[in-house]
Design a binder for this molecule. Sequence first.
Ligand code: C2E
Ligand code: MG
Ligand code: MG
Length: 610
Amino acid sequence: MSDKRAFIRFHEKLMKLSHDPEFTNSTRPEKLAALCHLCATQLQVDRVSVWRFNYGRDHLLCEHLFDRQYPNGAPKAPPWKRDEYPAYFARLTHARVIDIQDVYHTPLFQPLRTDYFRSLGIHSMLDAPVFYGSRPSGVVCLESRSTWRWQLAEFSFAMAIADIVSLLNTHEAWTDSKRKLDHVRYYDRLTGLPNLESLRNRIGYLTQKIKRRGSGQFALFWINLDRMKIINEGIGASVGDLVINEVAHRLADTPLLGKDLFAHLGGDEFVLILRTYTRPDALLAAARILQKTIKQPIHINDQPINLSAGIGVCRFPEDGTEPPTLLRQAEAAMYSAKNRGVAQLSLFDDSIQATAQSRFALERELHTAIKNHQLEVFYQPIFERSGTRMASAEALVRWHHPHRGWLTPATFLDIARGAGLMYDLGECVIRRVCEHLRDAKIADTRLPVISVNLSAEQVQSPGLPALVAALCAEYGVAHRQLHFEVTEDSIQDASETVRNTLDQLVRAGSELAIDDFGTGYSSLSRLKALPFTKLKIDQSFISDIPYDEDDCAITQSIFGLARGLAMSVIAEGVETREHESWLQVRGCEFLQGFRYSEPVPLDTLITEFL
Ligand code: C2E
Ligand code: MG
Ligand code: MG
């Protein structure tokens, strides 16, 4: 057969194979087998194989081998090592084809690297490197047991096969990177679970399918872990990640009838889709199973961590028919559960809808109130141990809402936090306190030291000391008239910034107290490293004194700790005569609570306590 006719026929066969749907739909090993087989039958060679470089590029590994002597599958070919065939490996990097008529007399396999050929009875070979970009990634190898003078058509065919393998590799690399990209786009990096994007897609798919069919239902469970912030900040974010991962896998493995997609939205939030349920109580039963799963203690570094979660549930189509609405309703139901405390459940209903809407309206109004400096401050006196003389007063923010009247922090601080308004709110409070101090001075009234609560957003801001100094200057207030309270939560991550901010406030004349002490995970070393001089025992420890033995023991040990750190103690939430005398006997330096006074407007503070 002339070279030209052979050339055309080989290529026709190759085209036919590579466009055959059976070939294009087959797996990589099947494709390589088909290519090797076609090559061997067309060119009448004894062996055809495809090889690829290992990761270090010092070995060639055989991926597929066709050997005419073994029609049912040839024994596996051993790898070729670069240090055994250095000349051959060097040639692979730049040759388009390596053509050897006599393998026993070629400098490529010298000295004496011919055992491989001898054992297989091979005389001639024709190799075409497979390129990936400009680098060879493997080789297509044709071997003949008789001495063979390779023709141009055979060169071209071997190279064409190598090109097809190269195309296969490129295509696989592309789909692989696309798959990785999709993974980043649709899956959460920490837990490997589907993310919000996947969840939205899935809800979109389900709603459309059910609308088209005219029947069907599903429910969304929005799960939010309680106390995750405290764990993250108190024990460390890496432990927090372990906890989230453990919860994610437990929930993913929890068997529930009709369980569909389970997504991790990031942080401590998860959403589950449940497709089969009959009545609302079935949904609540399912939510309780999820809560029970979360409640099993998690052991990390031999330390048991107890978790709980708030879960909000909404249904398609009863509570919404569009994906964004459904997600919003489920989240609102979760918020309503969280508002009732830890480990609560809520099924979406009209009252939740109203709350969600009013929450949104409140956020807008709060924004305006802060911008226009309309927030007010009440004062709660802090008494000396005797309980008869006011030592200082704590400033507590209040909002006089145009329709709702006086609002306490419980109704709006969470909203401010969610809307990123805490820093501005804090500025508004310090400004109002300075204004009050200035007005009192003008009226010749001596106010006690005022203790202002600082939020995490404030202590984490390097600009805070300058702001306080500027406000003191603007209103002619001595810096030492202002003390500050910082909750344990906000100093958990005692970064350089936090330390600097606190140090500067102290250097300017303020004293600092740790607020709500006992509720977080402050370590002793962290307490020692920060410039606090007072410690406020959280009111939850005081309320059951002297009847609750645990609370008494904890409070007692806090006194010991404070003494060790040379800090004075303020008890908050002192409501009864029993609270007072128990604390007085144990030497508590300062007392604050409804026993003495609720937070009151400045006028009342002046007329009743000065
Ligand atoms: P806190 O700083 O621990 O303030 C004490 C809270 O306990 C006040 O609630 C006070 O009214 C209340 N309280 C005082 N005595 C008693 C008592 O005997 N029994 C009971 N059951 N409660 C008592 P309030 O004013 O609602 O403030 C709540 C929290 O909001 C404060 O807790 C503080 O963390 C935060 N907060 C208030 N004002 C501000 C502010 O200007 N900035 C910041 N960042 N947080 C503030
Ligand atoms: Mg306070
Ligand atoms: Mg407190």
